[in-house]
Design a protein around this ligand. Structure first.
Ligand code: WTA
Length: 637
């Protein structure tokens, strides 16, 4: 299928590391490591686990593969991620090093040393305990991009509970579904969040979600915007009022966990309307994210690092919150949108905070590129050393702009391919690897990735196929919360015979073994890098009284990667006019969230279906894009 972006044209375009990069590399042994890991992957993962994190009790086995595909890593080991992210640094010289620098949309600034962050986490851990949260309980966190979000996550992990962060851009039904599935008795939220100078009323959304999913007993509310909200007596409590009570002392023991205990649930979209709660565990996850960040971004002790994702998605969990803290780094976090209130806000932040590593998504790069080169050119961006990207294939045009205009041809672009399910980077360059715009280059050490045909045979060079992972890795999601069968079905059934993990992506490998990810093969759409399931949007549409049936597809878009195009069959007698289109868009915004709003809604009399009743989205897509419809032999008669 031809997409708007040509991600394949630039195979002969290769960018070699500059002498400056080679001379300054912190981890020059990467290629050797890759080669050793290829021969002995378990030795590699054992070494990383010993080197990067501390264990209360050592593990007795690196990998337990006795019950495939339910792999276990570092069994017998006792560990807590907050011990490695905070506690241990307090006992070292890093105690007074900056852990986090935060800037609000309005320019307010806050800094947290490791010591200060540790105390805040301890306080909030004590608050959670006082609310009755115990080891193994789930806590749903629904907030804007504020430091209290990582604080709430780590406080939960510290006492051995399981966090479920719901992205602050989701709305009522999406939040209610996630609270219900996780059975969270406690929700942590804000009164509101700032976005482009306006406030989003998060607490109202929480109230409505609880109305739909009444399992919640306690809500802790951070005052961020100061707007008027409804507080329910004996259920809702202000964070700052709790923090002033004697129960919120600054010391709290960290709970030693088994390596395979769940650390968090993170919901992601799949092919059915019900979101999948992926489970990541305490031990393997932390080893994997620390190792991948350290090598791929060639981390140095003095780095100022900015991962511009939202903590509510996996990129934020792994690479804003946990991995940088485990590695003892200084991170920067910005509350607002990239181009707000002016197009060079980001570049002024990069200059002001002297950022060395910037990690973002192609959609943000394309958005900023649109404003023109004059905006970044006003700023001294010479502190930048490494640039990263994630979330969707980066089109070579955006790559080149990022490389030349932002990185001044000095900074390698680290294009990281991975997923919520993989926990961390799977295919990625490091600064030493020659780059090709649009390719995530080569698998990380110890990762056995390949592109294969339906029968499992490896594809030829440049042949499209299924992107699979042939060996387990420590950061892999262990299961789907409450639904192990779906986990097996979704990821392990396509190549069941071989026992391989199927990513859901199509890709090709070129003659140098470089991976070129093409995109999703299932009903998942990446809108501005956010992952959405067609089914979620469809069920929101049919929950409106006028819609009898709906089908959604992803259509390529120059700015957002893909946008949603919806087809609706209306109930008898309803008139499909422009006012109804607006009403339906509003409805989706309300139920799922602004990111899920279709760019176009088309009213139709019928939808193409197979004889077994499955909607043929492929045909709808071909129609929208003006392409030949191909084989329609299974179409309903
Ligand atoms: C896509 C985000 C091409 C891919 C960390 C994958 C990418 C999905 C890249 C996972 C990349 C992510 N190049 N495609 N560098 N990174 N993807 O779970 O389709 O939100 O399957 O995780 O994003 O999205 P998720």
């Amino acid at each position: 299928m031809s997409e708007v972006f040509d991600t394949t044209a630039s195979k002969s375009e290769v960018y070699y590391p500059s002498q400056e990069v080679v001379d300054n590399i912190a981890h020059p042994d990467y290629m050797e490591l890759r080669e050793n890991a290829r021969r002995r992957p378990l030795d590699f993962w054992e070494e990383q686990a010993r080197k990067l994190v501390d264990w209360y009790e050592p593990f007795t086995q690196v990998l337990d593969d006795g019950n495939r595909p339910f792999f276990k890593w570092y069994t017998g080991g006792k560990i807590n991620i907050v011990h490695n992210a905070l506690d241990r640094h307090i006992k070292s010289w890093r105690k007074n090093k900056l852990a986090l620098i935060w800037e609000a949309e309005d320019g307010e600034q806050r800094t947290y040393s490791y010591f200060k962050l540790w105390r805040e986490v301890n306080r909030f851990a004590n608050i959670l305990k006082s609310m009755g949260v115990k080891r193994g309980d789930t806590v749903t966190i629904y907030m804007g991009r504020v430091p209290e979000l990582p604080i709430a996550m780590m406080a939960t992990a510290k006492i051995g509970a399981i966090h479920s962060v719901v992205y602050g851009g989701f709305s009522e039904q999406a939040l209610a579904d996630r609270i219900e599935d996780a059975q969270s008795k406690v929700v942590v939220t804000c009164d509101g969040a700032w976005l482009r100078g306006k406030t989003v009323n998060l607490k109202d959304i929480v109230d409505e979600a609880i109305h739909r999913s009444p399992v919640v007993q306690r809500v802790i509310v951070l005052k961020r915007t100061g707007q008027d909200i409804n507080m329910v007596a004996d259920r809702d409590f202000w964070w700052h009022e709790l923090a002033a009570l004697p129960i919120a002392g600054p010391y709290c023991d960290t709970e030693p966990m088994d390596a395979e205990d769940p650390l968090f649930i993170l919901y992601t979209s799949g092919t059915t309307g019900k979101p999948k709660g992926l489970i990541h565990t305490v031990g393997g996850y932390q080893v994997f994210i620390a190792a991948t960040l350290q090598y791929a971004f060639d981390i140095k002790e003095e780095d100022r690092y900015w991962c511009a994702a939202d903590p509510g998605w996996i990129t934020g969990h792994s690479y804003i919150v946990y991995a940088p803290l485990i590695l003892g780094m200084t991170s920067f976090m910005y509350e607002g949108a990239p181009g707000y209130p002016y197009p060079d806000r980001w570049w002024s932040l990069a200059e002001k905070y002297s950022i060395n590593i910037l990690y973002t998504a192609p959609t943000a790069i394309r958005g900023l590129m649109r404003f023109g080169d004059a905006w970044p050119s006003r700023h001294d961006l010479s502190s930048l050393r490494i640039l990263g990207t994630v979330g969707e294939p980066i089109n070579p045009e955006a790559w080149r702009w990022y490389y030349t205009v932002i990185g001044k041809e000095r900074c390698p672009i680290i294009d990281t391919w991975w997923q919520t399910e993989t926990g961390g980077f799977m295919i990625t360059p490091t600064p030493l690897i020659p780059l090709k715009p649009g390719s995530a280059t080569l698998p990380f050490p110890g990762i056995d990735a390949d592109v294969v045909r339906e029968d499992g045979s490896s594809c030829e060079s440049n042949e499209d196929g299924y992107l699979v992972i042939k060996q387990p890795w420590p950061g892999m999601a262990r299961t789907i919360w409450g639904d192990p069968h779906r986990y097996v079905q979704t990821y392990w059934s396509d190549f069941e015979k071989q026992g391989w993990y199927f990513s859901g992506d199509s890709a090709r490998k070129d003659e140098d073994g470089y991976f070129w990810v093409i995109g999703r093969m299932d009903d998942v759409i990446k809108v501005s890098g956010y992952r959405l399931g067609t089914a979620e949007v469809e069920s929101a549409l049919v929950s409106h009284r006028t819609v009898a049936e709906a089908a959604c597809i992803g259509v390529p878009d120059e700015l957002r990667g893909h946008v949603i195009h919806a087809f609706c069959i209306l109930t008898a007698g309803v008139n499909g006019d422009a006012a109804l289109v607006d009403e339906l868009k509003n409805h989706v915004r309300h139920e799922v969230g602004p990111i899920a709003v279709p760019a176009a809604i088309e009213f139709v009399d019928s939808l193409p279906k197979t004889r077994s009743g499955k909607i043929m989205r492929r045909l709808l897509k071909a129609k929208v894009m003006g392409q030949p419809v191909g084989d329609t032999s299974t179409l309903e008669g």
